[in-house]
Design a protein. Structure first.
Length: 389
């Protein structure tokens, strides 16, 4: 575990002991960066994320009653709720915890009361899935402290249900699944229909660099749900012409070219992004396995252009960051990552040029936008689990 992570765990443990008077168990769930495959998961397509070494940590200890008390060091707030009470959203950070508890209870699992304190180094609203990491670490910790064995894929599905049905964000399963099932030093090719997964090694000669634009536009939540509705409309219109179509996953580029005229222009562009993105994901997984970072970069660049032009979920700041990164020495490719409208850009970079990239891209972005970006390397990490100090 990195020194910064150990410092977080030590602080969290000490603060927990000061607040609750007992030593906790500590669990960790990572954030994620999606190398390619954006907005394909809820279309039952393919994604290629990696769990990263930034994470949400939960210090926990069992209680004697049926209360769940969750304290966030980042927000300086505590939320308490009874396990047997009807859960209602509060429309704040605690809904991710409350929703996860609710779906676990509805699944018939006999949870016990717990005290939980959460902290981490994942930036909120940056497209690195801080919300999914919070759901996954809460769900895992509750099961561990209640002596409940749970499959990590099932945990991811329950956490997705919490975000869909309780929080109200109609996300796919990718974020929760990679936070649960990440593999160190690998990306994970995920078939979001079957949930089959295949690790794809990341060549040490092509390191992952994340560039946080430091902007998060309010449009993100509503536009995310709107894009999903547009994809469902495309399936509805094309399903009458093509047998066996239940999701955009089922449509080939050739079929879309043949029948796309039946779709309104905006919906055609949404469908075109998803259909072509699925192909790029599969090709990039093969390129990673072949040790071909040049081809990986070309696919990432094409993905960003599709997200910008066809899916329309980028923004001026993300486009600028991508452009600056793509022009920098040693960068194989760069694209926005996450739901869109701000957040982070992911790059594949030759290690020898990383320091220069951080300096030049950061300086030019700051000059043109007036914000100082966070630019840093990250390492593909394991999924959720206990932390042993």
């Amino acid at each position: 575990m990195a020194a910064d992570s150990m410092a977080i765990v030590r602080e969290l443990t000490q603060r927990f002991i000061e607040r609750f008077g007992v030593s906790p168990k500590v669990f960790r769930a990572p954030g994620r960066v999606n190398l390619i495959g954006e907005h394909t998961d809820y279309n039952e397509g393919f994604v290629l994320p990696a769990a990263i070494d930034l994470a949400t940590y939960a210090a926990c200890a069992a209680r004697e009653d049926s209360l769940v008390s969750v304290h966030s060091l980042a927000f300086g707030e505590t939320r308490e709720f009874a396990l047997d009470a009807r859960a209602t959203p509060s429309h704040d950070w605690s809904d991710y915890a409350r929703g996860t508890v609710s779906v676990l209870r509805k699944s018939g699992r006999p949870l016990r009361g717990v005290n939980i304190m959460v902290h981490g180094d994942l930036p909120m609203g940056a497209g690195l899935s801080a919300s999914a990491a919070l759901e996954v670490v809460i769900g895992y910790a509750l099961c561990e402290l209640s002596d409940i064995a749970i499959d990590k894929i099932e945990l991811a599905l329950l956490c997705q249900a919490a975000e869909n049905d309780f929080v109200g964000m109609r996300c796919g399963v990718m974020d929760q699944l990679i936070s649960s099932c990440g593999v160190a030093d690998h990306a994970l090719l995920i078939d979001c229909r079957t949930l089959e997964m295949r690790p794809a090694p990341i060549d040490p000669g092509a390191q992952i660099v994340i560039c946080n634009t430091m902007v998060s536009h309010e449009l993100a939540g509503s536009a995310y749900n709107a894009r999903r509705e547009e994809c469902e409309r495309a399936v509805e219109l094309l399903g009458g012409k093509l047998l066996g179509v239940t999701a955009l996953r089922d449509i080939t580029p050739q079929q879309l070219a043949l029948h796309g005229a039946a779709l309104p222009e905006a919906i055609l562009r949404r469908a075109r992004h998803v259909v072509t993105e699925n192909g790029r994901v599969l090709e990039m997984a093969s390129a990673l396995e072949a040790g071909d970072p040049v081809r990986c970069g070309e696919l990432m660049n094409a993905s960003h252009a599709s997200l910008r032009d066809d899916y329309e979920v980028s923004c001026i700041e993300s486009d600028l960051m991508v452009d600056l990164a793509q022009r920098a020495e040693g960068v194989f490719g760069a694209r926005m990552t996450g739901g869109g409208f701000g957040g982070c850009v992911v790059c594949l970079v030759e290690p020898r040029t990383i320091d220069r990239l951080i300096e030049t891209v950061g300086e030019e972005y700051r000059r043109r936008v007036g914000l100082t970006p966070q630019i840093f390397c990250c390492a593909p990490s394991e999924g959720v689990g206990p932390v042993f100090v």
